[in-house]
Design a protein around this ligand. Sequence first.
Ligand code: ADP
Ligand code: ZN
Length: 758
Amino acid sequence: MSRMPGIPPEERPAVAHVATDAAIGRTFDYAIPPALAASVVPGALVRVQFGHREIEALVLGTSARSGHPGALKPVLGAAAGKPWLSPALIRLAGWMSSYYLAPIELCLKIMLPPVVRDGTREDGFKRRLVVRRARPADGGALPGLVPAPATARQREILERLGDGEEAVAGFCKAWNVSPPTLRKMAAAGLVEIEEKVERRDPLAGRRVLPSRPLPLTDEQAAALALVRAACDAPADGPPPRPVLIRGVTASGKTEVYLQAIAGELAKGRGAIVLVPEIALTPQTIQRFAARFGDTVAVLHSQLGAGERHDEWARIRDGSARVVVGPRSALFAPVENLGLVVVDEEHEPSYKQDETPRYNARDTAVVRARFEHCAVVLGSATPSLESWRNAQEGKYALATLTHRAVDAAELPRTVVVDMRGDAAKAGGKLPVFSDTLVEAVRRRLDLGEQTMLFLNRRGYAPAVSCPACGHREECEDCSVAMTWHRDDGVLRCHVCGAFRPAPERCPACGCPDYRYGGVGTQRVEAVARKLFPRATIERMDVDVTTRKSSHEEILGRFRAGKTDILVGTQMIAKGLDFPNVTLAGILNADAGLAIPDFRAAERTFQLVAQMAGRTGRGLRPGDVIVQTLSPEEPAIALAGKEDFEAFARGELAERRELCYPPYAHLHCATFRSESREAAAAAAARFAAAIGRSDRYLLGDPAPAPIEKAKGAWRFQVSLRGPDPAVLLERLRAAAAATAPAADRDRVSVSIDIDAVGAL
Ligand code: ADP
Ligand code: ZN
């Protein structure tokens, strides 16, 4: 029996508490056989008997005794090697499970790398055989120790091999050598054949020139000092305060992150950098790789399974200590974590839209607290949640007001009142205002580049009949179809369904069927007419479905082959092209019309983001915002780039109406094939929550998109200042109404701190 010094036998962990996919929402106890005592530790994957099956389970914790009466079945086996999950991550999963009302298994599952999650048996490494000339035994340079080749062919093969190492397969093919020949030579001691793990490197083939830390501006230095202070918080004190860096675009936030991370690496600690998936461009990755080389691991959704596996393995064994990736990278098993960075912390994509519906920014703050490490949130336009935390002193605040490059001025923003242009055009709203046309022409003359943004893809989003008013809607979703002129179809942007575009009204036969409204395809078409000599490209999901086309389009734009890039939010974020001096937002009102209490905040962010895309080189940039409501604070203040004034006004309004950040807002959604069933489930849920003066309960109502992918959707929202009260009511209502929802086949999802339409 193994001895554990210092622990009396009755206190030794003898029971493992495990979670498994086989039963959601429960944990189970198994006995730890003494022989497995060393490997059955928290975070380890084990095999256990479950019913009649043998299954894999994850150890959440161990203890001396079980609360269960009766004998426990033993753990049957445990995976070799270090556990995948550290105690801090297991604790984080527990927090997520209770805060986001999600089963613990699902919270644990998203923390595991896909190979482990999917239960692949092999270890997932790619191996290949390599061959090289036999070397004399170590230290002995005596040529006599390696036998001489016996034949001319063997000598030739040795010459071909030279001093290098070759993959057996490639070598045999290239030089027409049969594998048995090589094996014979290996047996004779002429060559060595070895199996090697080959790393699949997502950065392979990229030239990365090393970069050195830049001398910081005063503002950057002050921000870095705040971050360093958080990194150096004494281990026996309270966890450090999160740091919010509000820095205008191109003010050098990334340089501050890089230098803070360098400091942590020097202390032997690691770092995680979260960026929105859309901003995880080759450019971003390049900047981290250039500074930190091989110690950077990149995780993003476009990685192949092999690359992903190998990156995780490098993180786990400590050879990669800086992890850059989208929200799920927060769970990377970085040991001795010193710093977590959440760049563009206001981005809605940090919220996962399936269970567990966590917000990676908020969860990052919690992980940092559990790991007692620093966390930095960065943005040009912080979320009002983080901004309020900074105002109240819960977060430390650093502000970068200038662009980092000496000569770079902040772009000028011009708000164009489209009502004037519409009046001139006889009441018809033009796609381009005169101001914008003028500005684009000037860039074309100067050889500078333009980006045009519209958050609507396709050609015409409003397909209707002037005679009978018939609108083309999706059969499975309660939304209008969008005409995609490129491929001649009507497409649903919710479910992706498409059908041929009719030439006359399907209802009354009227030939004057109208394709109204403006999408990116139409902007592109109009731009081609207005600027016939310009090279124009479009970037939206319709043209970037191929894996590489995104990079190809950006590559041409970067190389200056494209004069005008038209696109959706894909072009609004994170891109850095020094020759872009004009950004146009074609319809800034579109975002304001969305039924979401954050609509104004999102619109402000969009304008600031587009401003961030221009004037990043030596010439100043301009932003032109076309709108029908220039007096809206979100637009007027975005035009003046006055975030603080916008935040003040918006916060006052939120406080008045009891919206975040003055309250938590949660939303339960009920989906069913039957509209009545979904509505009834929502009504039962609201009734089970009940009225109280401690929160505001929204009336059950159809979701903004009432029907999507064939499912009817009803919602109940709940908001109030005390998160514990809200969670308790939601839990109770979910439990009380679950049987009826099951019976009526209504699926229920509860979104904590909901982000998105409401
Ligand atoms: P942000 O992350 O705030 O958008 P970046 O870190 O990307 O800003 O910086 C914008 C540009 O300014 C980059 O090209 C970067 O290399 C450069 N830069 C950043 N800090 C400095 C500095 N201290 N001195 C000179 N150039 C800098
Ligand atoms: Zn649809």
